[in-house]
Design a protein around this ligand. Structure first.
Ligand SMILES: Cc1cc2nc3c(=O)[nH]c(=O)nc-3n(C[C@H](O)[C@H](O)[C@H](O)COP(=O)(O)O)c2cc1C
Ligand code: SF4
Ligand code: SF4
Length: 277
């Protein structure tokens, strides 16, 4: 008789780790980082901030709640700030945040978060910058491929360290330099919000009316009455529309003409869309 092999019973975790990771991402860097953390944290669930805002899903209960987003003008993206203000955080979870960026440490996104969370009686316990590629092409072109590869390698190592710290519920703070300068810069940008998209232009000769710019916009700020995008002056400058356009028909004035467009190599176009076509 052939005896069946008796497999040892796997020891189950005594405590189920319950983690929710909120992400906000226009070109995939933050989605990539959120996914890597999800893989490293058993049972973690990913939620899109743009979708949660659209659907009004504004309450969370978990042992651990994380926020992964890009740094915008040395601070929080406008929709991430809006989301944090509206979010009800139940109980007292371990709260962490990861700000993806091109240049770390120059900024104050975590201080801004702390201010919003303090009003809710909550506190950020872990905060990290994650250097990837700057998608802010009105300032400068996308980094060279070798630079992107080195940053990707370093980012993978840092994500492992971040995940380990989150699992152990460690306190972690990070440098936030030039706070007054960053505050002035960020406030000026925020107060100019209604004019942000006046700089965008669409080249009708390049536009194929594919609709991706409209579908990616987390703000519903693009209408296409005649096929091409018309911006509605309610932009948060995520630059999703500019980077996703397959025919490079969208530009930020003259300055982005001839510059590269960017999407994190592990992220598909469909993963970034707010609205399906
Ligand atoms: C409007 C805007 C402002 C930005 N400001 C900064 C900044 O102050 N510092 C920085 O390092 N990167 C800045 N960036 C670059 C992004 O933070 C960076 O590319 C981020 O990883 C993009 O994440 P995503 O791909 O998830 O959208 C900015 C990008 C945008 C669109
Ligand atoms: S993504 Fe580009 S090609 Fe497609 S509709 Fe928008 S501007 Fe036109
Ligand atoms: S219009 Fe473009 S840059 Fe502005 S919020 Fe929408 S996708 Fe982002």
């Amino acid at each position: 008789m052939i005896e069946k092999e008796i497999k040892p019973i796997q020891a189950k975790e005594m405590v189920r780790i319950s983690t929710i990771i909120y992400y906000y991402s226009a070109t995939g860097n933050s989605l990539y980082a959120a996914r890597e953390l999800q893989k490293a944290l058993p049972g973690a669930e990913l939620r899109s901030i743009a979708t949660a805002l659209q659907k009004g899903e504004l309450s969370v209960r978990a042992e651990c709640v994380g926020f992964v987003f890009p740094m915008h003008y040395f601070g929080l993206p406008l929709q991430v700030e809006e989301f944090l203000q509206k979010l009800t955080i139940q109980d007292s979870p371990y709260l962490f945040a990861v700000a993806t960026c091109g240049v770390p440490y120059w900024g104050k996104p975590f201080l801004e978060m702390d201010a919003v969370l303090a009003d809710k009686g909550q506190k950020l316990q872990g905060s990290w910058y994650l250097r990837l590629v700057s998608n802010y092409i009105p300032y400068r072109d996308i980094a060279a491929a070798w630079r992107i590869a080195i940053r990707a390698w370093l980012a993978r190592r840092k994500l492992n360290r971040i995940a380990a710290a989150i699992k152990q519920r460690k306190d972690h703070t990070t440098w936030q330099l030039l706070q007054k300068f960053c505050e002035r810069y960020h406030s000026k940008w925020k107060n100019n919000q209604r004019q942000i998209d006046e700089t965008f232009q669409c080249n009708p000769e390049k536009c194929t009316s594919c609709g991706l710019c409209e579908q990616i916009c987390p703000r519903g700020n693009i209408l296409r009455p005649e096929g091409q995008p018309v911006w509605q002056h309610n932009c948060v400058e995520c630059l999703g529309c500019l980077h996703i356009c397959p025919s490079k028909a969208i530009d930020y004035g003259e300055i982005t003409k001839g510059r590269q467009r960017y999407r994190h190599k592990t992220v598909q176009i469909a993963d970034l869309l707010s609205k399906r076509g």
